[in-house]
Design a binder for this molecule. Structure first.
Ligand SMILES: Nc1nc2c(ncn2[C@@H]2O[C@H](COP(=O)(O)OP(=O)(O)OP(=O)(O)O)[C@@H](O)[C@H]2O)c(=O)[nH]1
Ligand SMILES: [Zn+2]
Length: 200
C-alpha cells in the first residue's frame, strides 16, 4: 500500500434517508486533514460483488442544488439504485473540485464564466485537469471487506484506478442523468477531454 495513505476507520451509525436506512461509516485521514464517508446497505462483506459508487465531493452540486454539473443527480441516482438493490456501498470522498478544493473550484468557475472549459480553467490555475488520488480507498475497501464491485460511473479512469488498487470491477454501470442548459458544455468537455463515456 502507498506509504502516504493514513486513512483510519473511526465509527459507524444509522443514516435514514428517503430511500432507505443506510449505515454510515466514518474514516479519517489525519495526514491530509480529511474526513471521508461510506454509506452501506445490506451485508457488503460477504464476498459477493457489491453495487458501488465512488462519489467525489461537490458541495455546490450535492448540497446547493447547482445546475453547473451532474453531481447532485448522480448522488441521488446512486443512493436510489443501492436502496432498490437492497445492498451496496457509496464512497463519499472529500476530493472537492476534482481535488483542487472548493475555493479553487470557484476560481475555475469564474474562468469558465469568461469562456474557458473545465479543463482549460484548471490548467490556467496551474492544476492538472484531474488531481484526485484514489489510493485513499484502499483502507476503506479493506475495512469493509469489499473485494469485487459493479461500479456506477461514466469515468473509465476511475475503473482503472480501482483495479490498480486490487479491487475487481466486474461491470461498469453507466450513471447518466438528464443534462440542462447550464451543464451541457461541462458534460461535453468531460466526454471530449476527460474520457467519460456518455450515450447520446
Ligand atoms: N476543478 C473542477 N472540478 C469540478 C468542476 N465541476 C465539477 N467538479 C468536481 O468534479 C468532481 C466530480 O467529477 P466528475 O468529473 O464530474 O465525474 P467523475 O467522478 O470523474 O465521474 P463519474 O463517476 O462518471 O461521476 C467533483 O469533485 C466536483 O466538485 C469544474 O468545473 N472544475
Ligand atoms: Zn458537481
Amino acid at each position: 500500500m502507498d506509504q502516504r495513505v493514513t486513512v483510519r476507520y473511526v465509527e459507524s451509525s444509522r443514516l435514514p434517508t428517503d430511500w432507505g436506512v443506510f449505515t454510515m461509516h466514518g474514516f479519517e485521514d489525519p495526514a491530509a486533514s480529511k474526513e471521508h464517508l461510506v454509506l452501506t446497505m445490506g451485508d457488503v462483506g460477504d464476498g459477493a460483488p457489491v453495487l458501488a459508487r465512488v462519489h467525489s465531493e461537490c458541495l455546490t452540486g450535492d448540497a446547493l442544488f447547482s445546475l453547473r454539473c451532474d453531481c447532485g443527480n448522480q448522488l441521488e441516482a446512486a443512493l436510489k439504485a443501492i436502496a432498490e438493490t437492497g445492498r451496496g456501498a457509496l464512497f463519499y470522498l472529500r476530493q472537492e473540485g476534482r481535488g483542487i478544493g472548493l475555493l479553487n473550484k470557484i476560481r475555475a468557475y469564474r474562468l469558465q464564466d469568461e469562456g474557458a472549459d473545465t479543463v482549460e480553467a484548471n490548467e490556467q490555475l496551474g492544476f492538472g485537469p484531474d488531481m484526485r488520488d484514489y489510493t485513499i480507498l484502499g483502507p476503506m475497501f479493506a475495512h469493509l471487506a469489499i473485494t469485487s464491485i459493479n461500479l456506477m460511473t461514466n469515468n473509465p479512469r476511475k475503473v482503472m484506478a480501482l483495479e490498480e488498487l486490487g479491487i475487481e470491477v466486474l461491470h461498469r454501470v453507466p450513471l447518466q442523468t438528464d443534462s440542462n442548459p447550464h451543464n451541457e458544455k461541462y458534460l461535453r468537455t468531460k466526454g471530449a477531454k476527460l474520457g467519460h463515456m456518455f450515450d447520446e
